[in-house]
Design a protein around this ligand. Structure first.
Ligand code: PLP
Length: 376
């Protein structure tokens, strides 16, 4: 089986899993306990916090709060700071941002505003800035788009937003960027969401990186864990496994970036251009290659690929419940419905091999031709 749906989730790192196992078998103590065994686990959590944070931010200015997933981090950021006036985001966001933005309006918390995308999937920065005014409390712009891999220059966007209104709290969903794209947060970004399972960690572990000077209200109330911002006994095993998986990914970040760029370009070069149209730009994240089999149904091709030993996605896996026939993001990029209907997302991990990439192209060409012939 060839797995090219790594933007949905990645295979957990076995090495990181084995290293973290002692937090289940021996060091299972409650990190909030006052006896020395609990305290020792608390200091291991502290190490994980610092290791995960230092990969993307300066530890003097930022801190990190563990959450249960990227979705929770996004929700926590939005519901904590989009408090009055209006809140601005983009049409390209994951549902973990778009749904809470819908709720801001439903619950009459703030007016929700959406900036359009450029054809390559990045946000139209000029239009985004035109939505920011003196009543804007919160702006959220994703770092890497999960469907077509477009990269937003969030440091530059945050700076421009703050020049327009210095009181705005700027958040970015970094779930598809963390551990994949070389990057450090600038002083203009206030909040950044990450998730473990996109980089060899486990599902159910995430984090919200936050500027220290920003007061984050308690999001889940209870025993006061995570400095009273997010109560609940910590998932020590999941957190340590995340730390170790991130250590591996960040150690190989540059090398992986180059290798995956070669995979993306190789796969594209081998695909039949009479069937597939490339949607992901060369400047996007190499981890995601989005193509469209124009005029064909992506959903059917996905099933045919699966039957032939290739796992791929038609769009964001997390939006599969929405039963949307057309890719919302691709429509937002300005493509017509016949393009949006045929979208296939091929997403890589450093564990993929060149041989798998070649085989995947062969399968995609065969099934594409077969379906096209059937449609005649
Ligand atoms: N944000 C983006 C950009 C994503 O791609 C995803 C998952 O696909 C999420 C948020 C949600 O992350 P999690 O699955 O950790 O809740």
């Amino acid at each position: 089986m060839i797995y090219l749906d790594n933007a949905a989730t990645t295979k957990p790192s076995k090495k990181a899993f084995d290293r973290a196992c002692e937090y289940v078998t021996e060091k299972f103590y409650n990190p909030s306990a006052l006896y020395k065994e609990g305290y020792a686990v608390q200091s291991e959590l502290k190490k994980a916090r610092s290791a995960l944070l230092s990969k993307v931010a300066d530890e003097l200015s930022f801190e990190l709060i563990f959450t249960s997933c990227g979705t929770e981090s996004d929700n926590q950021a939005i519901f904590s700071f989009a408090k009055r006036g209006n809140a601005v985001t983009t049409e390209g966001e994951h549902s973990a941002v778009l749904s809470p933005f819908g709720e801001l309006k439903n619950r009459a918390i703030a007016e929700s505003r959406y900036a359009p995308l450029l054809s390559d999937g990045r946000v139209d920065v000029e239009k985004l800035l035109s939505l920011v005014d003196e009543k804007t409390s919160f702006v959220s712009v994703m770092h890497v788009n999960n469907e077509i891999g477009a990269i937003n220059d969030i440091n530059a966007i945050a700076k421009a937003v703050k020049q327009k209104n210095s009181r705005v709290i700027f958040h970015s969903d970094g779930v598809q960027a963390y551990g994949k794209i070389p990057f450090k947060l600038s002083k203009d970004v206030d909040l950044y969401s990450v998730s473990a399972h996109k980089i060899g960690g486990l599902k159910g572990v995430g984090a919200l990186v936050k500027r220290k000077s920003l007061t984050l209200p308690a999001y889940i109330l209870g025993g006061g864990q995570e400095s009273n911002r997010r109560s609940g006994t910590e998932n020590t095993f999941g957190i340590k496994q995340f730390e170790y998986a991130a250590e591996e990914k960040f150690a190989g970040l540059k090398e992986n970036y180059e290798k995956i760029t070669e995979y993306r370009e190789k796969l594209w070069s081998l695909l039949d251009k009479d069937i597939y149209l490339r949607l992901s730009s060369e400047n996007g994240s190499p981890y995601i290659l989005s193509v469209s089999a124009v005029g064909l149904r992506g959903e059917i091709l996905q099933r045919m690929a699966d039957d032939n030993g290739l796992i791929i996605a038609t769009g964001s896996a997390c939006s599969s419940n929405a039963k949307m026939r057309y890719s919302r993001i691709v429509l937002a990029c300005g493509y017509k419905e016949n393009v949006a209907d045929g979208v296939l997302r091929l997403s890589f991990s450093p564990e993929n091999t060149e041989n798998e990439v070649e085989k995947a192209a062969e399968i995609l060409n065969t099934i594409g031709r077969e379906l096209k012939n059937r449609m005649k």
